[in-house]
Ligand binder design. Structure first.
Ligand code: NAD
Length: 292
């Protein structure tokens, strides 16, 4: 690394708090080095209050781009000079690129999710989707799916503070993507959930159920998992949630965990920063070696 960094090296960074656990610096620095790009990626612990000053500094120091994580994704969208359609609809931003002093913000969680389905042979256009959840990941998936031509998105969320966000997403999509039918129902309505899953092509868990401390739990009755259903989870730790294990046991058409969504979201970001495809296979090999 020391040999790589010089007086011309372009800087990219992750902003949010906490950031110490993030795998992004290791992933992007590996890929920059692999591709011979004179770029380096760092992480800075920043809270919402520090974001205005941070983005002024990004411009002053001419950072090339970077990412935003919690709790800074919403404030970041407010501070960008330009936003992608998905970022504008969601009001959040997880990646930015500095284009001649103007900051362009995008949100790529949903793109990463759709790309991960495509890599697994599942196209979303024209399909009916049930999405459990209405938080950050769920909203990004719902909006991207609608932008990518999904015919129906049935959102189910429990009666908590996220429910209103689902209703808000439905209202926004009615204006922005009127050809996509969006419904919002309480997760507690078991009969309606069963009917919606029975009628859908793709079932997505975008809640934090399945992840620690809710590991070993699934929101879906195994009796609803049929052979022609595609099941996907956003949770990547554990790699296989109870829902994914249940879907495999039921012989569902596909059972796709959240790790690929994370990887492909990173790859989409890399392409935004560099204009190049991320060396995904090489990075995966490197990761596997590191894990030994
Ligand atoms: P969030 O806090 O914004 O939303 C949490 C959602 O989970 C809400 O809809 C909430 O109602 C629901 N929920 C939580 N506990 C529940 C329960 N017991 N029963 C029913 N619903 C429950 O979280 P987020 O940022 O959207 O993350 C959600 C999950 O997606 C996490 O597991 C996260 O790790 C994962 N995620 C994965 C990726 C990826 O790239 N694979 C990206 C972002 C998030």
């Amino acid at each position: 690394m020391e040999k790589r960094i010089n007086g011309h090296t372009g800087l990219l960074a992750l902003f949010g708090t906490p950031v110490g656990h993030s795998g992004s610096p290791a992933m992007y620095n590996f890929c920059f080095q692999h591709d011979g790009l004179d770029l380096a990626y760092m992480a800075f612990d920043v809270n919402i209050d520090g974001m205005k000053q941070t983005l002024d500094t990004v411009k002053l120091w001419n950072l090339k781009g970077g990412n935003f994580t919690m709790p800074c994704k919403n404030i970041a969208a407010e501070l960008m000079d330009e936003l992608s359609p998905a970022s504008r609809i969601i009001g959040a931003c997880n990646v930015f690129v500095n284009k001649d002093g103007k900051l362009y913000g995008d949100i790529t969680d949903g793109v990463g999710f759709v790309k991960n389905l495509a890599i697994n042979g599942v196209e979303v256009k024209g399909k009916k989707m049930v999405v459990l959840g209405a938080g950050g990941a769920a909203t990004a998936i719902q909006v991207q799916a609608a932008l990518d031509g999904v015919a129906e998105v049935a959102i189910f969320n429990r009666n908590d503070e996220f429910y209103a966000r689902a209703e808000n997403t439905m209202e926004k999509l009615a204006k922005e993507c009127p050809e996509c039918k969006v419904t919002v129902t309480r997760l507690e309505e078991a009969q309606k959930l069963a009917e919606a899953i029975g009628a859908c092509d793709i079932l997505v868990n975008a809640t934090s159920v399945g992840m620690k401390p809710q590991e070993g739990i699934s929101l879906v009755d195994t009796a609803l998992l049929r052979k022609d259903l595609v099941v996907a989870d956003t949770v990547y730790n554990p790699e296989k949630t109870k829902l994914i294990l249940d879907a495999e046991a039921a012989g569902c058409a596909k059972a796709i965990g959240g790790k690929g969504m994370l990887l492909w979201q990173g790859a989409v970001n890399y392409e935004l920063y560099t204009g190049k495809e991320m060396p995904v296979e090489e990075y995966q090999k490197f990761q596997a070696e590191q894990a030994k």
